[in-house]
Ligand binder design. Sequence first.
Ligand code: UDP
Length: 240
Amino acid sequence: MDTSPFYKKILLKLSGEALMGEQEFGISADMIMMYSRQIKEIVDLGVEVSIVIGGGNIFRGLSGADQGVDRVTGDHMGMLATVINSLALQNSLEKLGVQTRVQTAIEMPKIAEPFIKRKAQRHLEKGRVVIFGAGTGNPYFTTDTAAALRAIEMNVDVVIKATKVDGIYDKDPVKYKDAVKYEKVSYNEVLTKDLKVMDATAISLCRENRLPIIVFDSLKEGNLKKVIMGENIGTIVVAD
Ligand code: UDP
């Protein structure tokens, strides 16, 4: 049996909400450990792992704006939330003996390295997981876009988006029993049908750079490894 990974260099996108588990806010220790175990499993296979985490479990600029927070300020708060999540994931990965570095798009040298591509590349080559915090560093963007951007910059094979559902459906599978799952779907179809994968900016970036996206159910432990080994357990987004 071939035990070498199908994807050797990946970027994993975790949403902030993925870290909440059953909680309504913040970080669940069990959830973050569950993701850390899955990440360790693929690091042990020799996969180079970059990670981008969202901040929605703590703060989102758009929701802040609804409550009267200036949008740019709110987005800065959201980006700082992603740094909190990045440090939490770093902590739990290191508890499992996985070496990590956090690099941020907004400089905060007392707690993390600034984002420097060449340095990140060296870390990956040495088997360290690199967690990219603070999104793109710019307001009006999302961490999905940050994930696509870093993935392209770091030349990864694939962006892997961890979700609660087992792939992309033609309509919301929670609301509609007859929703059909795609095994494969094109960037254009995702954009024209407004399928909930990543925001349009992120999808366009991936399309322009022919970077495949895989969406999979990350709540089943062991699934991340299956994706890395090339098993078709989610949905892949590719060109037409
Ligand atoms: N954010 C931003 N620029 C970025 C990335 C994120 O301003 O490049 C802010 C934005 O306010 C966003 C928040 O950070 O709402 C948290 O990120 P996101 O909503 O993407 O997190 P997720 O939904 O993945 O938890």
